[in-house]
Design a protein around this ligand. Structure first.
Ligand SMILES: Cc1cc2nc3c(=O)[nH]c(=O)nc-3n(C[C@H](O)[C@H](O)[C@H](O)COP(=O)(O)OP(=O)(O)OC[C@H]3O[C@@H](n4cnc5c(N)ncnc54)[C@H](O)[C@@H]3O)c2cc1C
Length: 443
């Protein structure tokens, strides 16, 4: 039922990302081309209109289009412009919150439902990648949550015990096993989660976009939604140059939300996170460093993460924004820290640097919102959006298709709530990361 009238639309091939080398860095350099898209122009109709072209929006579009529903997705900038094109690429199982705490926080029904769904999240992502032949450097070798000090060791022991009790394939590794897997003596052990993996995040987003288009979804980029209004038959969303009439609006704009759904962004505290990618490591170094290519992060409060991409580049990240004084401080810290963890690498050049904003909610759990009947969305993944975005997109599609009632969704309905002192907290995170990295001579 989609009938787009598009007079001379401008065509985007998704190479620009606003010409900012620090927005999408390595991922933009190494991702396959984005699908060809146009801006919305004129009046269009669909069963469902989706706001946002990240994992949540694209997964919703793909699953709906596969079921024969007409879908138009509107993305303000480019496919993967938000977190989807900037992240580390860790395909995690579950959330930050300890497994046993979820049923306490959400009640047993939602808690266990969410644990089950997100515990199996990486499998949903990997099945989708296989089914659509998405080229996104997928590695299925798991992730390693690395313990720093005795407090870190205790944390991963508790996490391992709680997942193992639920039958999840996670193993606690001691110092020597961790050293063998990673190639560093830095950690007091690690938690190997065999369900998880890594991928090239922008390539995955673009692959989902190609698959959604192939299934019949219409994707428009450079089409920021400015308003939404009730009509006699459903809803109308408007951009500067066009409108879409639909029965449903799916709000999939998460931490990068602006326009009429800015409340989604305002209920989150932005935590900046950067990454540096080295030139490819030599063959010799790759014989001792992350030979199985697990994705890693540590238990520190100002955490660090690292992984290897397909070409053997080390992607090394931590909390902070690469702007103003932060740029020099974080770059110098990353050079020191990388050397402290992997002395065998020595001095190595960084080839790319980029950062983005992670949206944190007050209880570190995602949200399900209904802005009005037929206007719904999931958001707030707290730095863990690859699996949840994909899974919740599929869930929204099932709900719209009438296969799942609102009560059967994985999260209870809540209203967006701006946390107190949001902007102060954001300034504190950005400045605090600089202080930590300025002082952190070790790592
Ligand atoms: C630096 C960083 C590292 C991260 N690391 C990881 C990781 O390793 N593993 C992991 O699982 N997760 C990670 N995350 C989190 C993950 O990237 C996000 O949770 C995920 O991208 C959310 O997907 P989404 O589709 O909901 O939103 P997004 O990917 O943010 O997409 C939302 C889109 O909506 C668009 N939009 C906003 N407003 C409008 C509007 N008015 N009209 C039209 N479009 C609009 C934006 O332009 C954007 O493209 C990280 C995030 C960051 C920033």
């Amino acid at each position: 039922m989609s009938g787009l009238q598009a007079p001379a639309p401008s065509i985007s091939r998704g190479h620009a990302m606003l010409n900012d080398p620090r927005s999408h860095g390595l991922w933009e350099k190494t991702a396959p081309a984005a699908p060809v898209t146009t801006t919305l122009a004129g009046a269009a109709k669909a069963d469902v209109v989706i706001v946002g072209g990240g994992y949540t929006g694209l997964s919703t579009a793909l699953h709906l289009a596969e079921a024969g529903t007409s879908v138009i997705l509107l993305e303000a900038k480019e496919i993967g412009f938000g977190g989807a094109g900037r992240n580390v690429g860790l395909v995690n199982a579950g959330m930050w919150v300890m497994p046993d705490d979820l049923p306490v926080e959400l009640g047993p029904v939602y808690g266990e439902r969410l644990l089950d769904l997100l515990g199996n999240g990486p499998r949903t992502v990997m099945d989708l990648i296989d089914r659509h032949g998405i080229e996104c450097e997928l590695e299925r070798s798991g992730t390693l949550h690395c313990a720093v000090g005795s407090a870190g060791r205790k944390e991963i022991e508790a996490r391992a015990e709680q997942w193992q009790r639920r039958g999840a394939p996670v193993d606690l590794l001691d110092e020597a096993e961790t050293e063998h897997k990673i190639g560093t003596r830095t950690y007091q052990g690690s938690l190997l989660d065999r369900r998880a993996g890594t991928l090239q995040p922008l390539a995955y987003a673009r692959g989902l976009a190609h698959a959604a288009q192939k299934a019949g979804a219409v994707l428009h980029t450079a089409s920021p939604v400015e308003t939404y209004d009730k009509t006699a038959e459903g809803w109308r969303v408007s951009t500067a140059e066009g409108t879409v009439d639909a029965q449903w609006i799916v709000v999939a704009s998460d931490a990068y939300s602006h326009g009429p759904f800015a409340a989604v962004r305002e209920e989150q505290v932005h935590l900046p996170y950067f990454n540096f990618a080295t030139v490819p490591l030599s063959d010799n170094l790759r014989k001792s460093i992350l030979t199985e290519r697990q994705g890693c992060w540590d238990t520190k409060e100002v955490l660090s993460s690292f992984r290897i991409d397909k070409a053997g580049r080390m992607v090394f990240g931590s909390v902070g924004a690469l702007r103003g004084t932060g740029l020099g401080i974080h770059r110098a810290w990353a050079q020191r820290a990388l050397k402290a963890i992997f002395p065998q690498i020595g001095d190595i050049a960084f080839e790319s640097e980029w950062y983005g904003q992670i949206g944190m909610t007050t209880n570190a759990l995602p949200r399900f919102h209904k802005f009005a009947p037929g206007v719904i969305g999931f958001s707030g993944y707290n730095g863990r959006g690859i699996s949840p975005g994909t899974v919740f997109g599929k869930t929204i599609a099932s709900h719209i298709l009438g296969q799942m009632t609102e009560e059967e969704l994985p999260l209870p309905l809540t209203d967006p709530h701006a946390p107190a002192f949001r902007t102060l907290k954001e300034a504190w995170y950005e400045a605090g990361a600089q202080v930590a990295h300025l002082a952190g001579a070790r790592f």
